[in-house]
Design a protein around this ligand. Structure first.
Ligand code: AHR
Length: 502
């Protein structure tokens, strides 16, 4: 009989990377496919409240505890006239949405989104259209959302039933403006100039807002990372965050490499963190700009840049992914990376939240939680306080894309205020369990409160409406605490979250 594989994780609560920004657990809802319409807002559903909002969807989103919600796009944003979506519903225009070649009814707009945010206990992260939109449109939207009543746009908001400003803090300056597929795409310098002027006007309306600049839309586009440098140099003094987007997939059916993707995520963050440091130094600046990973997920069905959908229908079912176990393990690693890079990464928005590339699928009557729902929920609930620099000794395995990689991918957090400590462990092996010794180097925990696990034997196993519980989070055996250490077995293809009271 072969000896079981051994690993060791050393934690020291004094070895802190950075405070974990709660905004790392945020989401993204776009007017695309069935995300808003038929997902969040569906007056025809038996689950809809009097305002057409799906109560079952709201409850599932509340459980994920998204700290912010990016809206309204996405590629949709770059052709959106936000004034179409306010005022009496029967007067709102139906328009062709060129980004997704669908019909936009405008029955859901800014005020409905604010009400939705309040109900799911999240804060809005709005975006201004810098494609077809002017800097004046951007300024007007800030006035509508954040100015006290007494001037035109703020009075429109009051007339629409909201006397008090919404005080939206986070604002994105356009979306993926580097991409030729974007409506009104701009070269980096042209975008930098436009974003700068928009930012100026927006800040003059409300100096308390925080602004997110468009970074490259992926790391394979030829203009990456030069786009980032140029845009940042134009806008450095006016912005707070720089965006990063990435969609992962296992199209070539190489699960060993897919399960090692955290290497690619970290390299991407490192390049952009280097770009931030370069621009900061060049500008002789004392201020910091952080990264906002405001689109991230596994995606297979997203229409490519040369997409031709042309359905011209309302809420067509675009990019409705079915997520499996290996996808959930990649999502867990991604969240590990967020903690390990928490010094530079301060916002991350899962793209998206319902139906489109989402943890939640709906039919008019039913709701399905997909595999990726569970790691998202566990991190959002347990990761708090500071991220720890954990030391991991693990056996390695060989991948085609990343060479030799450790079998374990780990992160940890400690919240001194509550004493809550969490260790997040992905076992990438498709065949082997690992015996893992957790070692708290600087103090003995009081108690291991719980162990939560998402696991299975088939990387392709997925939930369905007929079988909704194939891949869910289960409680696992709580190991005996032996002073400063505990030993647990993590099965192959698993994600384990160990919840401890220090
Ligand atoms: O999230 C789906 C789309 O992917 C977004 O609209 C766009 O920003 C990205 O390319």
């Amino acid at each position: 009989m072969s000896t079981p594989l051994q690993a060791r994780i050393d934690l020291d609560t004094r070895r802190v990377i950075s405070p974990i920004s709660p905004l790392l657990f945020s989401g993204f809802a776009e007017h695309m496919g069935r995300c808003i319409y038929e997902g969040i807002y569906d007056p025809a559903s038996p689950h809809a409240d009097a305002n057409g909002l799906r109560q079952d969807v709201l409850a599932a989103l509340r459980e994920l505890n998204f700290r912010a919600m990016r809206y309204p796009g996405g590629n949709f944003l770059s052709g959106y006239r936000w004034e179409d979506g306010i005022g009496p519903r029967e007067q709102r225009p139906r328009r062709r949405d060129l980004a997704w070649q669908s019909i936009e009814t405008n029955q859901f707009g800014t005020d409905e989104f604010m009400a939705f945010c309040e109900l799911v206990n999240t804060q809005p992260m709005m975006a201004v259209n810098l494609g077809t939109g002017t800097i004046q449109d951007a300024a007007n939207l800030i006035e509508y959302c954040n100015a006290p009543a007494g001037t035109l746009y703020a009075d429109k908001r009051a007339a629409n039933g909201h006397a008090d400003p919404y005080s939206v803090k986070y604002w994105c300056l356009g979306n993926e403006m580097d991409g030729p597929w974007q409506i009104g795409h701009l070269e980096a310098a042209a975008y930098g100039l436009k974003a700068r002027e928009a930012a100026k006007l927006m800040r003059w309306h409300d100096p308390s807002i925080q602004l997110v600049l468009c970074g490259s839309s992926n790391n394979v586009i030829p203009s990456y990372p030069e786009w980032d440098r140029v845009a940042l140099e134009h806008c450095w003094d006016l912005i707070d965050y720089h965006s990063i987007h990435y969609y992962a997939d296992n199209r070539d059916e190489d699960t060993a490499s897919f399960l090692a993707l955290s290497a690619a995520f970290e390299a991407y963050v490192d390049t952009l963190a280097g770009t931030l440091r370069y621009v900061k130094a060049k500008q002789r600046s004392k201020k910091e700009v952080y990264l906002s990973w405001d689109e991230w997920n596994v995606a297979y069905k997203l229409p490519g840049p040369d997409k031709v959908i042309r359905e011209w229908s309302e809420a067509p079912p675009i990019a409705e992914e079915v997520y499996n176990l290996e996808d959930a393990l990649v999502i867990a690693q991604w969240l590990n990376v967020f903690l390990r890079k928490s010094d530079v990464l301060k916002i991350a928005c899962l793209a998206q939240v319902v139906n489109i590339i989402a943890p939640i699928l709906t039919t008019r009557e039913a709701l399905l939680k997909q595999s990726i729902y569970y790691p998202l929920m566990l991190f959002s609930r347990l990761a708090a306080g500071d991220a720890l620099d954990v030391r991991v000794r693990s056996p390695f395995y060989t991948t085609r894309k990343f060479g030799d990689m450790p079998l374990l991918d780990v992160s940890a957090s400690v919240d001194e205020a509550s004493g809550q400590n969490a260790v997040f462990i992905v076992n990438r092996s498709q065949t082997d369990s690992l015996t893992v010794t957790l070692n708290w180097q600087d103090r003995a925990p009081q108690q291991i409160k719980a162990v939560h696990r998402v696991a299975g034997s088939d990387p392709k196993a997925a939930n369905s409406y007929a079988y909704p519980n194939q891949i869910v989070a289960h409680p696992a055996a709580v190991p005996r605490l032996d002073g400063r250490s505990a030993t647990l077995i993590v099965p192959p293809l698993s994600f384990t979250a160990v919840e401890t009271l220090l």
